[in-house]
Write a protein that binds this ligand. Structure first.
Ligand code: BEZ
Length: 211
């Protein structure tokens, strides 16, 4: 059965472009982003991994460790990284998993046979420090992902892990947030002293509490 939000993220051992790793040990107490791409030495994948490397500072700020994955070999990954670094003006430091036997792809349901029998689709999982699946994205091979959106969701996940709030459509870090309906309206001033608006009894907003 495929993974769902809230499920434990399966652990695994893997060969990668930076050597052998145990997934949980690699993550430690950090958040994680595990994302698959169809194949090395392909154009969209080259831009995706380059973009991820360029965003290293943003992932570090959020205490997020990143791992990429495809069914190519570690040697192939190492050669391709040189091309990514050259063409995308970056330095790929995160591991690229060599999942030649497709064990991890199967664990995370990254092969969608009606898209390709052999290659992983563009799956992306955000994993919390307690090793739970918090976000799942699936894109086809022909569409590169928006890594600003990945950071935006991580901001939301990290905020909502700490406060009884949710983030509305198109929210970005710093915007007003929605107070969870588990909080009674009369209790909002104590919980959210920066102020609040009652738009409907079920729609109450407050300035982002950690800003
Ligand atoms: C790409 O990364 O450009 C790509 C990979 C597999 C299929 C289509 C495009």
């Amino acid at each position: 059965m495929s993974l769902r939000i809230g499920d434990p993220a399966p652990n695994f051992k893997a060969q990668t472009s930076i050597g052998d790793i145990d997934f949980y040990e690699f993550l430690g107490d950090s958040w994680g982003v595990l994302f698959s791409h169809p194949a090395d030495y392909t154009p969209v994948c080259t831009t995706e991994l380059g973009r991820t490397a360029l965003l290293k500072g943003e992932f570090d700020k959020r205490n997020v460790k990143v791992l990429a994955l495809s069914v190519d070999s570690a040697e192939s990954h190492k050669g391709w990284i040189k091309d990514i670094n050259e063409t995308q003006n970056t330095n790929v430091e995160f591991p690229i998993i060599a999942d030649e036997d497709k064990k991890i792809a199967d664990l995370y349901d990254m092969i969608h046979p009606n898209a390709s029998e052999t290659l992983t689709v563009r799956s992306l999982f955000v994993i919390s420090p307690d090793k739970k699946v918090k976000l799942m994205l699936t894109y086809p091979a022909s569409t590169g992902r928006n890594f600003n959106e990945v950071l935006r969701v991580i901001d939301s996940l990290q905020l909502t892990a700490k406060y009884s709030v949710a983030t509305p459509a198109d929210w970005n870090d710093g915007d007003d947030v929605v107070v969870m309906n588990s909080i009674k309206t009369e209790d909002i001033p104590e919980r959210f002293p920066k102020g609040h608006k009652v738009i409907k009894p079920y729609l109450r907003t407050t300035p982002q509490p950690n800003k």
